[in-house]
Design a protein around this ligand. Structure first.
Ligand SMILES: [Zn+2]
Length: 75
């Protein structure tokens, strides 16, 4: 699970619409940030300008890797 310490560096989003979109492997993301697999919780960081969702690590047993935005960066 992602962690943070300084609460002043994060802000609650005003709505969930950007965080409800689901992304499969090889799809492009709209926002840079941290993405989390719905099934196993695996977290990855992606940049929007190069942001194709990668497959899980090779030793993963997750067979339903659909990612959702966890933390959207300010870009
Ligand atoms: Zn997974």
């Amino acid at each position: 699970m992602a962690q943070y310490y300084y609460t002043g560096n994060l802000q609650q989003a005003s709505n969930s619409s950007d965080f409800d979109v689901e992304f499969k492997t090889s799809s492009f993301v709209e926002y840079s940030g941290i993405y989390r697999c719905k099934t196993c919780g695996y977290e990855i960081a992606l940049n929007a300008h190069e942001g194709k969702v990668p497959p899980h690590q090779s030793n993963s047993h997750c067979n339903n890797n659909i990612f959702k935005l966890l933390v959207k960066t300010n870009n």
